[in-house]
Design a protein around this ligand. Structure first.
Ligand code: ZN
Ligand code: FE
Length: 240
């Protein structure tokens, strides 16, 4: 099975260190800052098999070539955005598989934040790598896609098993909680979850991964009942 650990990089980004427990095969997700990423890989044994890229933004891909050169890992990213990603050894799209040791990840196309955004779901271990599509208590901005595309992408992620661990690209949870509490003040599950997040962050700990069950209960962007309501919520968050 796959285990996932966040590696804090840049201002508020997370790279994710994935490990297949049967074989020790290791992957890094979105290694935008080489030094802390290499330190985390070396601390875990110095093995790197794969680099997984969620989307083309610099705060996700910047360190890719340096990490590839250092470890010789294979780079996996969206075929649809190959022209603006680092050189891909395995271009992928909807439904493709990614093999890490004895574990398989499935690629889910999740357009909205960017055109070629992809998520990776590893059922064995219940790990979802979702980049800047789904955040804890929030979602990515609509920089390239429509509200309808983003809503559909989020609904697909929300349909994964409840115990799925949501491994997103940024530590935005506390600021997302402020908007979520403003948008959905009567939600007791949200209030309880926001308090847990406050305690974790006050202790200097990451708020993620979160559980998909908690996101379904507390994340206003997953609770929007239709595209129109989702689009309204996203526009209000942009101005908040
Ligand atoms: Zn982004
Ligand atoms: Fe980002």
């Amino acid at each position: 099975m796959i285990t996932a650990r966040p590696v804090a990089i840049l201002q508020d980004n997370y790279a994710w260190l994935l490990r297949d427990s049967a074989t020790g095969a290791t992957a890094i997700v979105d290694p935008a800052e080489p030094e802390p990423v290499a330190a985390a890989i070396d601390a875990a044994g110095g093995r790197l098999d794969l680099i997984l890229l969620t989307h083309h933004h610099g705060d996700h891909i910047a360190g890719t070539d340096a990490i590839r050169a250092r470890y010789g890992a294979r780079v996996v990213g969206a075929r649809a955005d190959a022209h603006r990603l680092p050189r891909l050894d395995q271009p992928v799209g909807e439904g493709d598989s990614v093999t890490l040791g004895e574990s398989q990840g499935r690629v889910i196309d999740t357009p909205g934040h960017t055109h070629g955004q992809v998520a990776f779901h590893f059922p064995d271990g219940g790990v979802l790598i979702c980049g800047d599509t789904l955040f804890s208590l929030g979602c990515g901005r609509l920089l390239e896609g429509s509200a309808a595309e983003m809503f559909a992408s989020l609904q697909r992620l929300a349909a994964l098993p409840a115990e799925t661990l949501v491994c997103c690209g940024h530590e935005y949870t506390e600021s997302n909680a402020r908007f979520a509490l403003h948008a959905d003040p009567g939600n007791a599950a949200l209030r309880a979850y926001a308090e847990q997040v406050r305690v974790l962050r006050a202790a200097g700990r990451p708020s993620v991964p979160s559980r998909l069950a908690d996101e379904r209960a507390a994340n206003p962007f997953l609770r929007a009942p239709d595209v129109a309501r989702f689009a309204d919520l996203r526009a209000r968050k942009d101005r908040f």
